[in-house]
Write a protein that binds this ligand. Structure first.
Ligand SMILES: [Zn+2]
Length: 69
């Protein structure tokens, strides 16, 4: 039986603790099957929108410009 690597630090030395998986490398705990962001961080901007990265924000701002050639 193989356990998934730690989503936070990619350690392969994870172990089960009840319903949770635990990483001894960074002490991260999570529920198996629950999708976690690759870097374990979800960025939220002032409007509550989830940010994928800075480039996405730049594109959205550009799209809001109307009337300009
Ligand atoms: Zn870890």
């Amino acid at each position: 039986m193989s356990l998934p690597n730690c989503p936070k630090c990619s350690s392969e030395y994870t172990y089960e603790d009840g319903v949770l998986l635990v990483c001894p490398e960074c002490a991260h705990e999570w529920e198996p099957g629950q999708e976690v962001e690759e870097d374990g961080v979800v960025a939220i901007d002032a409007n509550g929108n989830r940010l994928e990265n800075g480039d996405t924000v730049t594109v959205i701002k550009d799209l809001k410009v109307k009337g300009a050639p």
